[in-house]
Design a protein around this ligand. Structure first.
Ligand code: LRH
Length: 489
């Protein structure tokens, strides 16, 4: 029997995948058909993404998916904030710049000279991060204005790929919501911010809700790849929001940590909570599927482990993530702590050395071995989760007894166990493939095969195994938390 299949592309900071999904016996079945590494490229001092390579890999995925039974629709998600610029002829002006590029250093201060910080927060409800699109664009206004003059449209990455495939230029809502240029209440581009920063309004496409069909694969793409004109659906293009769709719960109020390169700690609400408290906590009101708001904190996440691993490879020592976890287990816990979100940890480079420097500066025991560094990273992340939990609970006035951990990062049992201990809450871990499942589910909702998010979450809960971690060593974690808090800036 020929089951209906959908094709999900999930781009992450380190790699991307193409996954076929179908409904079978009330469960979502997935098959990975293509995987590729995603590597930043330095050129003349700028850190770029390889945008044309991304399109090449999408085409590879399409061809392989065709060989595995074909598909009715395509949905693409990526990390937030990054974009490509298209000129009036429809051509890409340059490869997308990586959000870790240093063009945004100092840009927050520059922006706040043109429009007060409080006003930006009150309009957008977003956590301030150097890499937000607002600061990337203001760097262009100040340093490379001619490129904005040449630009006809700005397309966030999933929208850019949708455009490459269909020729249609749209702005899907969840990605638009990561820019810090969106009026969170009106769900429209903020004229006030664009005018204050002299960013041309004409480059912003019409905003469409997640789950909108953007168009069909263009004839030239179909011909090149030998495929039928499948539908391209603007799913929840922001990976975090695709992941939120797949939290395996029927509860209305739940808390989750989406664990990948970043850790996104949050909860789903029916609308934004923007006020003094949320601004003091610097929490994001991010747009989610179906007009929901996810109130969340961006935490640096497993980037610290990924980038440390790359440093050790540069030094000639290659360890798998499994080996790194083993070594962390061998180290004495609760010895040294960092604030994982200290600004020096964001750029690529020698993370282990920066961690040692942080500990030296704060008068702590300096982690020397690989295991000590890994232990420090994991316990500091787990404690930063607790810090975020307290902030979110104070903003919503609710208590969440269970934490859902989802995404690739939960393959680290150590992190899940530490998260349960540090928070003193039960952790339910799963699904690992949260983002791909959410991407697939949103396509199926758009095609009418799944009724709504509630049904999607029930199906996903039935499709996937989850694991429970109960809090242990709670007194030790409580003591560690008191110490940890003194290192947060
Ligand atoms: C996670 C994520 C996060 C931030 C960051 C740039 O992958 O999308 O929500 O926006 O990437």
């Amino acid at each position: 029997e020929n089951k209906k299949q959908v094709l999900a592309f999930d781009f992450g900071g380190g790699s991307g995948r193409a996954i076929l999904g179908r409904l079978e016996d009330g469960k979502i079945r997935m098959e990975e058909v293509h995987r590729f590494s995603n590597d930043p490229v330095m050129l003349n001092g700028t850190m770029y993404w390889d945008t044309l390579r991304h399109l090449f890999e999408i085409k590879q995925g399409i061809v392989k998916a065709k060989q595995k039974g074909g598909f009715e629709s395509i949905g693409i998600d990526t990390w937030g904030v990054d974009f490509g610029l298209i000129d009036e002829h429809g051509d890409l002006l340059e490869s997308a710049v990586h959000y870790r590029d240093d063009r945004t250093v100092g840009m927050q201060e520059e922006v706040f000279k043109a429009i007060p910080r409080e006003e930006v927060y009150n309009l957008t409800g977003l956590q301030f991060e150097n890499f937000n699109t607002i600061f990337q664009l203001y760097a262009l206004v100040q340093k490379r204005p001619w490129i904005l003059e040449k630009a006809d449209k700005l397309l966030l990455l999933p929208d850019l790929f949708n455009y490459f495939l269909t020729g249609e230029k749209r702005a899907e809502y969840t990605m638009a919501a990561t820019t810090q240029l969106l009026d969170a209440g009106k769900k429209e581009w903020s004229d006030r911010i664009l005018e204050a920063l002299r960013i041309p309004k004409r480059i912003f496409p019409e905003i469409i809700p997640s789950g909108t069909v953007v168009g069909n694969l263009k004839p030239d793409v179909c011909e090149e790849l030998g495929v039928e004109p499948a539908k391209v659906i603007a799913i929840t293009g922001h990976d975090t929001q695709s992941a939120v769709v797949s939290v395996p719960t029927q509860e209305k109020e739940f808390i989750f940590i989406s664990c990948g390169t970043w850790s996104l700690f949050g909860t789903e609400l029916s609308g934004p909570v923007i006020g003094e408290k949320s601004m003091a906590c610097d929490v994001s009101n991010e747009g989610g599927y179906g007009n929901t708001t996810t109130l969340l904190k961006n935490i640096i996440g497993l980037w610290l482990a990924q980038e440390s691993r790359r440093q050790w490879i540069r030094e000639g020592r290659e360890y798998s993530f499994g080996e790194l976890e083993e070594m962390a287990l061998g180290a004495e816990p609760f010895q040294s702590f960092i604030d994982p979100d200290a600004p020096e940890f964001v750029p690529a480079g020698n993370i282990p050395e920066r961690i040692r420097e942080f500990c030296r500066r704060t008068g702590q025991k300096v982690p020397e071995t690989v295991g000590e560094i890994m232990c420090c990273i994991n316990q500091s992340l787990a404690l930063k989760y607790r810090y975020a939990l307290e902030q979110i609970e104070s903003c919503t006035g609710r208590h969440y007894p269970v934490i859902h951990m989802i995404g690739g990062g939960i393959q680290s049992k150590l992190l899940c166990r530490m998260a349960a201990g540090a928070n003193g809450r039960k952790v339910i871990a799963g699904p690992v493939e949260a983002t791909a499942l959410g991407n697939i589910a949103v396509q199926m909702m758009a095609m009418g095969e799944i009724k709504d998010v509630k049904e999607a979450r029930r199906i996903i809960a039935e499709s996937e195994t989850t694991y429970e971690y109960l809090p242990q060593d709670v007194e030790k974690w409580d003591a560690a938390y008191e110490k940890f808090k003194t290192y947060i800036h």
